[in-house]
Write a protein that binds this ligand. Structure first.
Ligand code: SF4
Ligand code: SF4
Length: 357
C-alpha cells in the first residue's frame, strides 16, 4: 500500500519509529565541505524529516552507519577481555538503490568470504531495514545503470519527496499500522534507467590477458597524478578493508582497547610487510589493483556481480579529478586493443590523456 503523507504527519510517524529505531539519512553539515564555504552531506541520525537531504547525492556512503571509520571491537586487561556493545535499538536507513545494492557487496565480504562471519558487522547488519529514496534523474557522475545497480526491491519503505508532502510505499507489514490513517494513493518508486555517464566493463577471460593488463602503460599515468590520499576508498560504499590497532590506556601496556580503522588500498603503505617489503609501490600499481578489484576480482571470486555499484562518489571526491568511470573505459579500450593484437597506449600517449571530466 502507498500513502500521501504531509511532512508534519511524517514527523509524527518518525517520532513513533524512533521509539524502536535509530533513523539515519544523508544530512547537511554546513561549511564542513572539502572547499571553503561548501557543505558536507553525510549520514547521521536525523531528528526530523526536514533533516533528510534528498535532492543531492551524499558525499559519503551509508556504510559508516554499520562500518564506521573507527570502532572499538573489545576492551582488555592482562586477565580478561570484554566485547564492545551496541545500542539495543534497531536501525532504519534512508538509502539510494545503488547503496542498498552496495550493502549486498559488503554482506558478501563480511559474512560470506572464507567461511567466517564478522560478528561486529553482523550484530549491526541484522538490525537494519532500508527506506528507499527515489533518485529522480540521478546525477552526472552516476553510472549505476552500467553496473546494474540502479534498481532494488530490498526495502521496507520507499519515499518520494514532493515539497510539503511525501509519497510513501509501505512494503513491510511491521510499519503498516503507522500509516493506516493516511490518504491512500498509487505510488511505487521509479528507478533511473539511463545515466549521462556510461562505462564498458572489459571482458577478461584468460590469465594471459590478465597478465598483459598488468603491464599496460596506462597505469603509469597515475604515478604522477594520484597522490595516494585514499579519499576514493573512504567514500566508496563497497570498500571494506580495515586495519586493527590497540589503544593502550596504562603505562604497563596491558589495559586498553582494540579498534578497527578503515584502511585504503590506495595508501602507499597498504601492502607494506615486516621488513619493509611492499607489493604495490607506485600509485599506478595501486590504481591497477583498485580498478581490477572493483570490476574483475570480486566477480571472479563471487560470480554474481561486480563490486563497484557505479555510485560515482569516488569521481567527485578525488582531489586530483581522477575519474574512475573514465579509468574503466580507458581499460576497456586497452583490453579491446590487446584482444585485436593492436598496439596499446605508450606512457607518452597516456600522459597526455585527459582524465578530468
Ligand atoms: S568504486 Fe567509485 S563508483 Fe564504484 S562503488 Fe566505489 S565509490 Fe562508487
Ligand atoms: S585516485 Fe584520487 S582520491 Fe583516490 S587516492 Fe588517488 S588522488 Fe586520492
Amino acid at each position: 500500500m502507498s500513502y500521501y503523507v504531509s511532512v508534519k504527519r511524517m514527523n509524527e510517524i518518525l517520532k513513533e519509529l524512533q521509539k524502536h529505531y535509530k533513523v539515519y539519512a544523508p544530512m547537511r553539515f554546513e561549511k564542513r565541505g572539502r572547499y571553503s564555504d561548501t557543505d558536507l552531506i553525510r549520514y547521521a541520525e536525523i531528528n526530523s524529516i526536514e533533516d533528510v537531504v534528498y535532492d543531492e547525492k551524499s558525499d559519503f556512503s551509508p556504510k559508516e552507519v554499520i562500518y564506521p571509520i573507527t570502532q572499538a571491537l573489545f576492551y582488555f586487561t592482562e586477565y580478561e577481555y570484554m566485547e564492545s556493545k551496541v545500542d539495543d535499538k534497531k536501525i532504519l536507513i534512508f538509502a539510494r538503490p545503488c547503496d542498498i545494492n552496495g550493502f549486498r557487496r559488503l554482506d558478501t565480504i563480511f559474512l560470506k568470504n572464507g567461511g567466517t562471519e564478522d560478528i561486529y558487522y553482523k550484530r549491526l547488519r541484522e538490525k537494519i531495514k532500508f527506506i528507499l529514496m527515489e533518485c529522480g534523474e540521478g546525477w552526472d557522475t552516476c553510472f549505476c545503470v552500467s553496473m546494474g545497480s540502479n534498481k532494488t526491491d530490498d526495502y521496507s519503505l520507499a519515499v518520494r519527496f514532493e515539497n510539503d508532502n511525501i509519497l510513501v510505499e509501505v512494503k513491510d507489514d511491521e510499519f503498516t499500522n503507522l500509516f493506516v490513517d493516511e490518504k491512500e494513493i498509487e505510488f511505487t518508486p521509479e528507478f533511473v534507467t539511463s545515466n549521462p555517464t556510461k562505462v564498458n566493463i572489459p571482458e577478461i577471460d584468460s590469465q594471459e590477458l590478465l597478465e598483459k593488463i598488468y603491464d599496460l602503460d596506462m597505469w603509469k599515468s597515475y604515478n604522477s597524478r594520484c597522490i595516494s590520499c585514499g579519499a576514493c576508498n573512504a567514500v566508496c560504499i563497497t570498500c571494506s578493508c580495515f586495519n586493527t590497532l590497540d589503544v593502550i590506556y596504562t603505562e604497563n601496556g596491558k589495559v586498553g582497547e582494540r579498534r578497527r580503522v578503515q584502511a585504503s588500498c590506495m595508501h602507499e603503505d597498504f601492502t607494506t610487510m615486516a621488513g619493509g617489503l611492499g607489493f604495490r609501490k607506485t600509485a599506478g600499481e595501486r590504481m591497477r589493483f583498485r580498478t581490477l578489484h572493483k570490476i574483475y576480482d570480486y566477480k571472479a571470486r563471487f560470480k554474481d556481480e561486480h563490486m563497484c555499484v557505479g555510485c560515482g562518489r569516488c569521481d567527485e571526491r578525488c582531489p586530483e579529478l581522477i575519474s574512475f568511470s573514465t579509468t574503466i573505459n580507458r581499460l576497456y579500450d586497452e583490453v579491446e586493443k590487446l584482444k585485436k593484437g593492436e598496439a596499446t597506449q605508450t606512457i607518452e600517449q597516456t600522459a597526455s590523456t585527459e582524465e578530468v571530466k
